[in-house]
Ligand binder design. Sequence first.
Ligand SMILES: Nc1ncnc2c1ncn2[C@@H]1O[C@H](COP(=O)(O)OP(=O)(O)OP(=O)(O)O)[C@@H](O)[C@H]1O
Ligand SMILES: [Mg+2]
Length: 475
Amino acid sequence: MFSITSMPSTTSVLSTYTTFSAAAMLIRTVISEVQTMVGQFIPQKLQDKIIATLAGLFGNLPNSQMTLIIDENNGLSINEVYQASELYLSTRITASIDQLKVSKSPRQNNFSVTINKGEKITDEFEGIQLRWEFCCSETKQANMDYESYCSSTEVVEHKSIQLSFHKQYREKVLETYLPYVVQRSKAIKEENKVVRLHALGNFGGECSIGPWGSVIFEHPSTFDTLAMDPMLKKELIADLDRFVKRKEFYGRVGKAWKRGYLLYGPPGTGKSSLIAAMANYLKFDIYDLELTYLHSNSELRRLLVSTANRSIIVIEDIDCSIELKDRQVRGTNPSDSQLTLSGLLNFIDGLWSSCGDERIIVFTTNYKDKLDPALVRPGRMDMHVHMSYCTPCGFKTLAHNYLKVKTHHLFNEIETFIKEVDTTPAEIAEELMKSEDTDVALEGLIAFLRKKKEMNCNAEANVEETIENNELKEE
Ligand SMILES: Nc1ncnc2c1ncn2[C@@H]1O[C@H](COP(=O)(O)OP(=O)(O)OP(=O)(O)O)[C@@H](O)[C@H]1O
Ligand SMILES: [Mg+2]
């Protein structure tokens, strides 16, 4: 909400402007005389101030400048332009500012720095000079307590930000500059966004919205630290990038703006780490949906409706979280009173599209083959991502993460073992964490892999022996 200060007519502006210029010129001459007389230089800033003050004495002088007043509140609601301007200006702080306000909540990583009232900031946009000023006025408000019939006065602060510029740029400022400020503030907000993990219930009581409790998500996993097939990683990142850019596309083809990923692979291959990397990459919150706690489709719907946009909804171990199919078959009324496979499938297919945008849903499973065919049929989940046992390339990523080494003379031996023995990235990570000394850690890993290989050989020999024995018995 802006208001524009009233403007004098053009003729009065011109005539007074002439008076003002003449007065300013006169004052400048006087100043220069004074300088010569006292033999001292008066700084330019001070000269300007003297001119402005003296010129004011000539009456209500016109101004080629105009001012937009951006109040903090728009009636009872918050003024978005004020918030955006405040955030934008926090990135425009220069050494000339005398007073800054600094604050930080216990959970915040960085300080938030804002400008104090009365401070001014100058900005330039496409050749336009702009001046921002933080203003704050106080008024006394009488309050009546109807229980005790006592009245009290309260001091109420009215904050506003004023934006001044030359009148000729009014349209450009309103149509281009302010939208730019709002857009920049959105980007800044996004950069500073803290990813949160939401789960059912109120854990820790720090923050809860509806049935979801949440904490700040501090999982350090990123695509850089993730050991996975490099081509697959690239493909996945490109897929995510495409997804977030395609708002118009989804609208045009009439599809809900959502995307589903099925992550499958043995335990310890990085499925959960991949979800964390996706959330950190997109700065999307995670909603951890434990289906085992749910009883009905209506409960599922209620939970989904209360999730926010730009989030990842995660259902881990979908194969064992519920026996959806059984429940549906057993139930007498497979509708809202029960949680059914079709209820879940409806939600994946985007029938819940009315309740939000930019959602990602991720299922994980250790056993893709065990899933109901309806869940994995083509088109249901947009991308199936196989998290495999560690590869030589994955090992190098882990060695770099944990030991900060890119090459080592023991790498060849380790890579040969990794090709022969199925080893999860989690197992390798655990070995690499055992020592900070690279040689010790890598030798420990070789010993671990050698032992694993021997155990596998013994197990295979045992199986063969049992088969032979059985065959002998049969004979
Ligand atoms: N691909 C990987 N890249 C980097 N680290 C990994 C990878 N896989 C596993 N790890 C390490 O092992 C730990 C366990 O992995 P994670 O929980 O992601 O596996 P998971 O596939 O989700 O296992 P589960 O099926 O048991 O849930 C992680 O915290 C991480 O340290
Ligand atoms: Mg997991």
